[in-house]
Design a binder for this molecule. Sequence first.
Ligand SMILES: [Zn+2]
Ligand SMILES: [Zn+2]
Length: 109
Amino acid sequence: MLPPPTEMRCENVVCDAHLADMRPVKVKHGMHLYASLLEGFARCPVGACTRFFGAEGYCDLTRDGDFTNIRTEPYCSIQHEPQPMYIQRAPDRLQWVCPICKAVAPFHR
Ligand SMILES: [Zn+2]
Ligand SMILES: [Zn+2]
């Protein structure tokens, strides 16, 4: 059997607060020496939205590079550690998708 996938791959991610399209970004998380560069999705076009989607799920990214209002549900636990899912814009609907194994769950507002 193949080992379970561990890399995140996201497509057409939308903001969980505004359901608007987000774009791939690299952000700095943490301060100074402890800062690390994280890949994820952000830049929701709505006003001053600070939502970010990364490995830990959706969260607000503060000016200091901290995460607040972390949303870990729903999560996927098929073949891997529980992984927060993201909302994907599919051609005719929105759906929750696991960024690792691509499992899909229905999205309700
Ligand atoms: Zn937003
Ligand atoms: Zn999964």
